[in-house]
Design a protein around this ligand. Structure first.
Ligand SMILES: [Zn+2]
Length: 242
């Protein structure tokens, strides 16, 4: 399997008070944020011991990527604050993680944006997609709404504008497409799995059209099997499993 190249990042200092030492765990999800101010202001804020705040990455409107806390390291940024009235799929993952502080098991990406004008410029969006696809491959995270959240889904008091469901659909589909293009050379295993899925699909068609047509239970069980296989196939394709 080929490996996506980590995009170029500019390393930025973080005040010692603004992150946890050696508290990082395996990363299982991504949290997207909006800065609510300029990137330069964000840099200064994360290096100010008063802020008690940091992140793994922030992306500027010109597409530049700043890295503060390396997600591959043991330190964890103070990116998400409290878990307050979480929503969407986040509560499920939070329970699965034993209600451990999400800063320890998520990768946080800030996007330069202002409360009055939240704009994702083309260069910013491109950098965000390249970075997020690399994060997905690096940490084996699926690009879906069970693993990608906006800050507001962890803490309802954090608005983090610009992450509508419509935008999420677009953003996650773009990441999946990049993972498929760049990450999946046609290995023999991949081709074999594809052939198996195709054969199963043909078998379902045969059952649908054949004399078993009235056997709803049989047909349904084939469909369930097929759907399960398709899901495994998708996970394998995005690199979430090997
Ligand atoms: Zn935030």
């Amino acid at each position: 399997m080929s490996t996506l190249v980590k995009p170029f990042v500019v390393l930025k200092p973080v005040a010692r008070e603004n992150y946890w030492h050696s508290m990082g765990q395996t990363k299982v999800a991504v949290v997207c944020h909006t800065t609510g101010g300029s990137l330069a202001g964000t840099d200064a804020w994360f290096n100010n011991p008063i802020s008690q705040a940091s992140t793994n990455f922030a992306i500027g409107q010109a597409g530049e990527i700043h890295q503060y806390i390396d997600p591959a390291g043991l330190n964890a940024p103070a990116a998400n604050g409290l878990v307050r009235r979480p929503n969407g799929m986040f509560p499920i993952l939070y329970e699965q993680q034993g209600r451990v502080n999400p800063n320890f098991w998520t990768v946080s990406i800030e996007h330069e944006g202002f409360p009055s004008r939240e704009i994702k410029t083309e260069p910013m969006l491109e950098s965000s997609l390249v970075l997020a696809a690399w994060v997905c491959q690096q940490f084996r995270i699926l690009p879906d709404r069970s693993h990608f959240f906006s800050h507001t889904e962890i803490d309802a008091q954090k608005p983090d504008p610009g992450w509508s469901e419509e935008f999420w659909n677009y953003y996650l589909a773009q990441i999946a497409a990049r993972l498929k293009e760049d990450n999946m050379p046609p290995t023999p295993e991949f081709e074999a799995l594809k052939a198996e899925v195709a054969a199963l699909k043909a078998e379902i068609e045969r059952v649908r059209q054949g004399s078993w047509n009235n056997d709803v239970a049989t047909r349904r069980s084939f469909e369930i099997l097929f759907e399960a296989m398709q899901r495994v196939f998708n996970m394998w394709q995005t690199g979430a499993i090997q």
